[in-house]
Ligand binder design. Structure first.
Ligand code: SAH
Ligand code: SF4
Ligand code: F3S
Length: 434
């Protein structure tokens, strides 16, 4: 069959879509880039915020109209897991729903759909960790590799533990095998993924040990990871960041709020001061590290004073960048029982304030890089200007410099000359090495 797949949500979903595509190719299907020409349209969905979910429902209805009358429409991912067969009532003409633990069934479910059988596969399987996924047959320069699935943290606002199930780590052997395979196919930059990589375990090995073995894979130049939960960020992990040459100086450490009172009600298990001392430890051990974060405004009961504490924490830490969200009630979570008492206009005002503050901090921090020389992994030609190349620093910042995109895959030194909102502009200092 010709299959079109669309992906929403986080890096986990991106990774899972890659895995599903490999699985579908291995069972003889072809992936196509146009829904109207496909025999089957599959949408990998996100339900982290209400808006993400309504957008997906709208998109499903649109795709139903766009795809041929006989085309199969299937839903996978977090909305599939959360809504199950209720999805068929929301969107007419759905041929299957496959939840986050059942992707191994996908080829079989497609076959059923071809025979007109509608299936809903959303059983939760706490042992499923996709060890037996097919080997990749193609790979980009930068790839994700999942090291753990699920989450046991139950932050009170969050739907993820309900839609991705209990936390399970993949054996280190399986992770390294996959990284080696990607390196053979040309990958230079890998991001190891888990909802909370700090609680990774394989026997006596922890996440820092996993980083050590991945660091030994030939061909890989850069290693990143996400996400770290502050409550489990160990000294061992920070030491690994400092000592292992391929592990990049970039830590995504979601804080969510600067107010201890709010953090408590979010069930985050750390106080403002503990977060700040973690930041001190990282800055001390890993000089020049970029810190990024996630922030939620308007959590139930968040007073003006609580909110001010988030602003002051941002001023204090000076994150390189942040993902910022307004609180969205997720049915079934603990916080859904609290009154959603911050008025919508206040949430919007608070969100605008954090975004503006972060923008100012980001451009100030990036501005300081002018005049310095950074190592850039070239990803290809710049989209805006084909005579320039586009790449990223070890800290994940976008760089554009005159030069051939054909240097893709090379590490080149670039001297930064000027900085716009999100991009560093410079000139290549020499031709670079392989
Ligand atoms: N495991 C990761 C990713 C979780 S989802 C982590 O813990 O960081 C990504 C981000 O979405 C979260 O960090 C949080 O900031 C935001 N988020 C999750 N649930 C939300 C909700 N109900 N309303 C608003 N933002 C939410
Ligand atoms: Fe959600 Fe918290 Fe788990 Fe992150 S750590 S996925 S925010 S429950
Ligand atoms: Fe990711 Fe969204 Fe699911 S953030 S884990 S795709 S709910």
């Amino acid at each position: 069959m010709r299959i079109y797949m669309e992906t929403y949500g986080c890096q986990m979903n991106e990774y899972d879509s890659g895995m599903m595509k490999a699985m579908l190719r291995a069972s003889g299907h072809t992936l196509v880039g146009d829904a109207a020409r496909a025999d089957a349209v599959i949408v990998n969905t996100c339900s982290v915020r209400e808006r993400a979910e309504t957008r997906v429902l709208g998109r499903l209805r649109h795709l139903r109209g766009l795809a041929g009358r006989d085309a199969i429409l299937g839903v996978v991912g977090c909305v599939a897991q959360r809504m199950g067969d209720a999805l068929a009532r929301e969107v007419k003409g759905i041929s299957f729903v496959v939840g986050t633990d059942q992707y191994a069934l996908l080829p079989d479910v497609l076959e059923s759909a071809r025979n007109g059988l509608v299936r809903f596969e959303t059983t939760v399987d706490p042992t499923e960790s996709y060890v037996a996924r097919p080997d990749a047959t193609e790979a980009g320069l930068c790839e994700f590799v999942s090291v753990a699935r699920g989450c046991d943290n139950y932050c009170s606002y969050c739907i993820v533990p309900y839609v991705r199930g209990r936390e399970r780590s993949r054996p280190a052997r399986a992770v390294v095998r996959e990284v080696r395979r990607l390196a053979e196919l040309g990958t230079r930059d890998v991001t190891l993924l888990g909802q909370n990589v700090n609680s990774y375990r394989d026997g006596s090995a922890d996440f820092a040990d996993l980083l050590k073995v991945v660091n030994d894979v030939d061909g890989i130049e850069r290693i990143r990871f996400a996400t770290s939960h502050p409550k489990d960020l160990s000294e061992g992990l920070v030491a690994a960041m400092a000592d292992l040459p391929k592990v990049c100086e970039h830590l995504h450490l979601p804080v969510q709020s600067g107010s201890t009172r709010t953090l408590e009600r979010m069930n985050r298990s750390y106080a403002r001061e503990q977060y700040l001392s973690l930041v001190d430890m990282v800055r001390e051990r890993v000089p020049g590290a970029a810190l990024t974060t996630d922030i939620i405004v308007g959590f139930p009961g968040e007073s003006e004073a609580d909110f001010e504490e988030t602003l002051s924490l941002m001023e204090n830490v000076r994150f390189d960048s942040a993902f910022m969200f307004r609180y969205s009630v997720r049915e079934g979570t603990k916080a859904a029982k609290l009154p959603d008492d911050v008025p919508e206009d206040v949430k919007i005002r608070r969100l605008t304030s954090v975004i503006e503050l972060q923008k100012a901090i980001t451009s100030e921090l990036n501005g300081k890089l002018a005049g310095s020389t950074v190592e850039v992994l070239v990803e290809g030609p710049s989209e805006r200007d084909p005579s320039s190349l586009f790449g990223r620093t070890r800290t994940g910042k976008a760089v554009v410099a005159p030069g051939p995109g054909a240097l893709a895959g090379r590490l080149v030194p670039v001297r930064i000359e000027r900085v716009t909102a999100w991009t560093l502009h410079g000139a290549m200092a020499e031709n670079g090495r392989r």
